[in-house]
Write a new protein. Structure first.
Length: 94
């Protein structure tokens, strides 16, 4: 069991080391942050209605996400802060 666990955890690193110069990996590295952002925007806006408790968290989170991304160019930071803002405001106003 130990050997299987270690092999499964090491496999992605071994595969990535062999594919590091691959065009596919380079393409995914450039496009995945944008893809994640699109999925989060769609998820955020899918249940938005006209009442304040629905659109205010979405608008605030999307604005913060865009501002953080434009200011710092850090996809992870903008995704985490935007998602946390949305979830906190939705719980507080919902």
């Amino acid at each position: 069991m130990l050997v299987v666990t270690v092999a499964l955890r090491a496999a992605p690193f071994v595969a990535l080391s062999r594919l590091r110069d691959s065009e596919v990996v380079r393409y995914l590295g450039l496009t995945m942050p944008a893809g994640v952002m699109v999925v989060l925007v769609v998820y955020t806006l899918r249940d938005t209605t006209a009442d304040l408790g629905s659109w205010l968290p979405a608008a605030a989170a999307l604005t913060l996400t865009l501002a953080v991304h434009l200011a710092f160019r850090r996809a992870a930071a903008s995704i985490v802060l935007g998602t946390a803002t949305f979830m906190l405001l939705q719980a507080w106003l919902g």
